[in-house]
Design a protein around this ligand. Structure first.
Ligand code: ZN
Ligand code: ZN
Length: 206
């Protein structure tokens, strides 16, 4: 480990990698750098790579917690008005709406896409499309069995459509995904799938 000069390095306390000092933020209040002391002391213990990743995941966590809190508050208010629960705290203490569990579930939905249409539920930093669905409003709002996170379109449409139409829609989503996969794996053989798309009729599929 070089102790001074432009090639001075430091080992990150988080990932263990050894990097040039430029890859560590300055510690302290951003005052003048004291050139006489060991420069490594003037830099933070974690490298910029690790700090950025940790900051980003903490920021995401805070945003998702806000979203979960807001969803629980909104549903609590509504369910209380409907007389389903006695007080808003019931959602957490009686029906298992734990914030940690909710945040985990939102994260999973962001990672895997909507459980119904499988389309992505986020764009950049917008989590607006992840919504909480009460599966059966006639049953008690137990989080483990009667709550699911899905995209806002599916959430709205599921409650608008009849059970039959919703069931048919689910099957067609599966068929559509299969067709997408087929076209991807063999564009020529499955070119007929795109033949009804007017604007693409004369274009090759790749
Ligand atoms: Zn690191
Ligand atoms: Zn969906």
């Amino acid at each position: 480990m070089t102790e001074s000069g432009p090639l001075a390095t430091k080992r990150c306390s988080n990932c263990g990698g050894e990097y040039l000092l430029a890859f560590f933020r300055h510690s302290g209040g951003g005052g003048r750098v004291d050139h006489s002391s060991d420069k490594r002391q003037l830099h933070r213990d974690r490298c910029i790579g690790c700090e950025s990743t940790i900051e980003r995941s903490e920021m995401l966590d805070r945003q998702l917690r806000r979203k979960a809190t807001e969803a629980r508050r909104r549903h609590g208010k509504r369910l209380q008005e409907l007389g389903v629960i006695r007080k808003r705290d019931d959602l957490e203490t009686v029906f298992g709406w734990s914030l940690d569990k909710m945040v985990d579930d939102i994260k999973r939905t962001i990672g895997e896409g909507c459980p119904y249409c499988t389309l992505p539920v986020v764009s950049e930093d917008d989590f607006g499309r992840v919504t909480l669905e009460i599966l059966n409003p006639d049953h008690s709002p137990y989080y483990a069995t009667n709550v699911r996170w899905c995209c806002s379109s599916c959430n709205a449409e599921k409650h608008r459509l009849s059970t039959d139409d919703w069931g048919a829609r689910q099957t067609m989503w599966r068929r559509w995904r299969l067709n997408e996969a087929r076209r991807e794996s063999d564009p020529l053989a499955f070119a007929f799938l795109a033949s009804n798309r007017h604007e693409e009729k004369t274009l090759p599929l790749w």
